[in-house]
Each structure stands twice: as structure tokens, then as C-alpha cells.
Design a protein around this ligand. Structure first.
Ligand code: GLC
Length: 441
């Protein structure tokens, strides 16, 4: 398939999933608005329809809670056949919630980075001169900037349990990597009590062996039930949720987003001191918290168990995206892990980069959702990180493999690293949006 064909097909997917106000992650499996999906989608849209990209960003921020949180699922059009439906979250009428029906959780805060990328077109590939419009929009009162600032502030304070400003996640869904083996031990420790009745819908459109296990799902629902009993009150959640982790991917994305928000603040003539302080604090604690020097990789931290989560998932490369690794750390990540055929590099047991979990991990399962398949947005994040440290050959390999996967199997949600076959949802928006971006490099 030619690049022109691929481009046209990617555009068609975004058009197919466009509701006018927001873009569904996929036509059937995910019929509502998701937080980081909308951000990636906006980047894709900006390549051919900048005004529509701005609508995507605004529709996401319109759902912001009064306390600053930007929720992970937003239901502007009410319920569908998706579980959980909006009322399951019990977020309506909370004093700190927003005006649009939503979940009570958040998701990786990549939006400020995307806004800056759209703006800073020359460096990042969006070569649309109209993107100047974006910055003039940002300059208007009540624009996106204060909303982004309020969300970052909420993450650094309302989710800060130990004074470091590293946000805690209260549910695996907040990581964006729902059933990653990263969460297995923390979920195992949870005793299910009074599980509310529920009916899974995620296996209607997708094969059961490509989705989370029933035991995972029960725990996901149990944690929602606890959150809603606590009325999604941040202090109570930090005190009482049995699942409480600091995640490398989430914290790295936030740090990178802080850098990008700072750059936007400078463009706008806004004070940067608060953002400078977040950046300095994260830089001071990140490596001490997450780096495992014996293994030469970054590990998540289980706050409740007070111990590192000793699982090697591809989120370990995310600190490169944020510039948080030293040169030496980056070199170890690449040589010992990225280029290692027992873990992530192609070999007899895998053809495509980058498995979401190292192939030699106990929980590795090459078709099951976040347990091993290749995800396009992880490839995109990690490719940017590798470039930042000068690993251009590795970054190019990630982009090449990503484009080969979508050309071969279509814009699927995730891909089997062994043969590149597509898994999960079809016509998946961020696979299409990031293809548009990668085609422009
Ligand atoms: C799944 C993914 C999450 C994504 C959502 C919508 O929950 O794990 O990262 O945002 O689907 O696509």
C-alpha cells in the first residue's frame, strides 16, 4: 500500500468515528469519549483539519471537574451498550465534579504535549501554518491554558500522597494499560466484598482471549464501587483505596506535559514559577523512586505495599520521552532491554516492535490486550523518547514497524508481535491518528 493510500484510510477512520464534537476511539467497542484518545486524535486531525482538532481538545476540557480533574471517560451523549454506563460511576451532583456525565477517574495527561506539538509544528511534523491560530486561541481569556494548568495542579496535589508531587493512581484504568501484568499483585491482594451486579460488554465485539480476564474485571468493578462510596473525594481515595500506585508511564507523561505547558506559558507571557517547581520536584525524586540499578530499568511503585512492582513492561522506556533518564540510564535501557531479543527486540518468537510486556515476563501473553501486544501509541511515545536521546535507528525501527502493522492489518487497537495480526477493536482512532503523524516524519 502506498503512503498516500494509508493516509487516506487513516483519515477515513477519523471521519467514521467523528460525532462532530468528539471522536469515538472505535465505532462499537468504545462509543464514548476517552481522555488520552482524544488528545492523540487531535494530533491526527491537526494534520488535515485544524479547526476540528481544536473542537476535539475543547470537548475534552469541557468535561473538566471543578477541582481540576479531567476525567477518563466522558459520556456527552448518555448511555449506550458500553459498560460501565454513566450512572454506574455516581459522579452526578458531586460538588467537585463537572457538568458533563463522566467517570470518576483520570488518564495519562498527554494533552498539553499534544497542544504544544500542534503549535510547534515545524519540529513535530504538523506542517500546517494555520497552527498559529491555535496559539492566538490560547491567548484568549478562558482559553485552554488555565484548564491545562488546573489539571496538572490537581495531579501534583490532590493525588500526592507523600509530598513528592508524583501522582498516585487509584485504579488500573487510570494508567491507560488496564490489565497489564504490572497490576497483577496489587489486584491479587484485593478481597472482593459485596461486588455490585454487573454485566461485561467488552467481549461482545472483541474475542474473549484478547480482553482482560474475568478476575481482573471483577476487581476493576470492585474498585469503582469503592470509589463511588467515597464520593470520588481525593483525600478519602488516597487514604482508603486498596489500589494505590505511582506509575512510570503516567509520571513520565506528566513531566513531559509539564515541560510543554511551561513552553506554552512562556509563549503566553504567563508566570512559570509553579510549573518550574513541579519540574524540579519530579526531577529530584523520579530516579530514586523508579530506577532499579541492578536490572537497569524503571519499575512502578506500589504505594500500598511500599515496594517496587518488579514487572518489565514497555512503560519502562517512557522516561526517555520526558528527558528524565541520564545518558547512562538511556544507554542501559536500549542495550539491555530495547535491543535485547529475549525481551523486546525481534527474534524467532516475535517479528514486530514493541511488545507491551517483555517476552520473558511471566505474565507475557502476545494477544491479550496489555499483556504483550504492540500498541501504536506506546510506539509513538517511545520513538519520541529514543529520538530525544539520539537513538534514531531504534526510533526509525519503531515508526517503520508501526506503519507496517497498520498497512498489513488495518487500524486495529493492538497487534500480535509474532505475526502482526490485528487484535481488539477495528477502525481504532488513535492508531489512525498517529499513523497520520508518523507518515509526516
Ligand atoms: C482501553 C485502553 C485505554 C484507552 C481506552 C479507549 O481502556 O486500555 O488506554 O484509552 O481503551 O480506547
Amino acid at each position: 500500500m502506498t503512503a498516500t493510500d494509508l493516509y487516506a484510510r487513516a483519515q477515513a477512520v477519523l471521519r467514521l468515528n467523528d460525532t462532530g464534537e468528539f471522536t469515538k476511539p472505535s465505532p462499537r467497542q468504545y462509543p464514548h469519549q476517552w481522555n488520552w484518545d482524544s488528545a492523540f486524535i487531535a494530533l491526527g486531525l491537526a494534520h488535515f483539519d485544524l479547526p476540528r482538532a481544536l473542537v476535539e481538545i475543547r470537548s475534552l476540557l469541557r468535561a473538566q471537574w471543578r477541582d481540576g480533574m479531567v476525567p477518563h471517560i466522558i459520556y456527552p451523549n448518555g448511555a449506550s451498550d458500553y459498560f460501565p454506563p454513566p450512572d454506574f460511576w455516581q459522579t452526578e451532583n458531586l460538588p467537585h465534579a463537572g457538568n458533563v456525565p463522566s467517570s470518576g477517574l483520570t488518564q495519562p495527561p498527554i494533552l498539553s504535549t499534544i497542544v504544544r506539538m500542534i503549535y510547534k509544528n515545524s519540529e513535530f511534523g504538523v506542517r500546517n501554518s494555520e497552527s498559529r491560530i491555535l496559539i492566538s486561541e490560547l491567548r484568549t481569556p478562558n482559553s485552554e491554558f488555565p484548564q491545562l494548568l488546573a489539571w496538572h495542579r490537581w495531579l501534583h496535589t490532590a493525588r500526592d500522597v507523600d509530598g513528592t508531587g508524583l501522582p498516585c493512581l487509584i485504579h488500573p484504568w487510570e494508567s491507560g494499560m488496564d490489565n497489564s501484568p504490572l497490576w497483577a499483585d496489587a489486584l491479587d491482594r484485593i478481597t472482593l466484598r459485596d461486588l455490585p451486579p454487573f454485566k461485561r460488554r467488552d467481549t461482545i465485539h472483541v474475542a474473549t482471549d484478547e480482553r482482560p480476564l474475568a478476575t481482573d474485571y471483577e476487581r476493576f468493578v470492585h474498585l469503582i464501587d469503592l470509589g463511588r462510596r467515597l464520593r470520588w473525594e481525593p483525600r478519602a481515595l488516597l487514604d482508603q483505596m486498596p489500589f494505590l500506585v505511582q506509575d512510570v508511564l503516567f509520571c513520565a507523561i506528566l513531566h513531559r506535559a509539564d515541560e510543554d505547558l511551561r513552553a506554552l506559558a512562556i509563549e503566553l507571557g504567563e508566570d512559570t514559577r509553579e510549573i518550574d517547581d513541579w519540574l524540579a520536584r519530579t526531577r529530584a525524586v523520579f530516579n530514586a523512586r523508579f530506577w532499579d540499578d541492578a536490572r537497569g530499568l524503571y519499575l512502578d511503585y506500589d504505594v500500598r505495599a511500599q515496594s517496587p512492582i518488579r514487572v518489565n513492561a514497555n512503560a519502562t522506556f517512557a522516561p526517555l520521552f520526558a528527558g528524565l533518564a541520564s545518558k547512562e540510564q538511556a544507554a542501559r535501557l536500549v542495550a539491555e532491554h530495547f535491543d535485547n531479543p529475549r525481551e523486546y527486540a525481534p527474534a524467532a518468537d516475535s517479528k514486530y516492535r514493541l511488545p507491551s510486556v517483555a517476552k520473558n515476563e511471566r505474565g507475557y501473553s502476545p494477544r491479550r490486550y496489555w499483556c504483550g501486544p504492540v500498541w501504536i501509541q506506546m510506539n509513538w511515545i517511545i520513538a519520541h523518547g529514543l529520538r530525544r536521546y539520539g537513538y534514531h535507528a531504534q526510533a526509525d525501527a519503531l515508526v517503520r514497524d508501526s506503519l507496517a502493522l497498520v498497512a498489513q492489518s488495518g487500524f486495529r487497537e493492538y497487534f500480535d508481535p509474532r505475526d502482526g495480526s490485528g487484535c481488539g477493536a477495528t477502525d481504532f482512532s488513535w492508531s489512525a491518528a498517529l499513523t497520520l503523524d508518523m507518515l509526516s516524519y
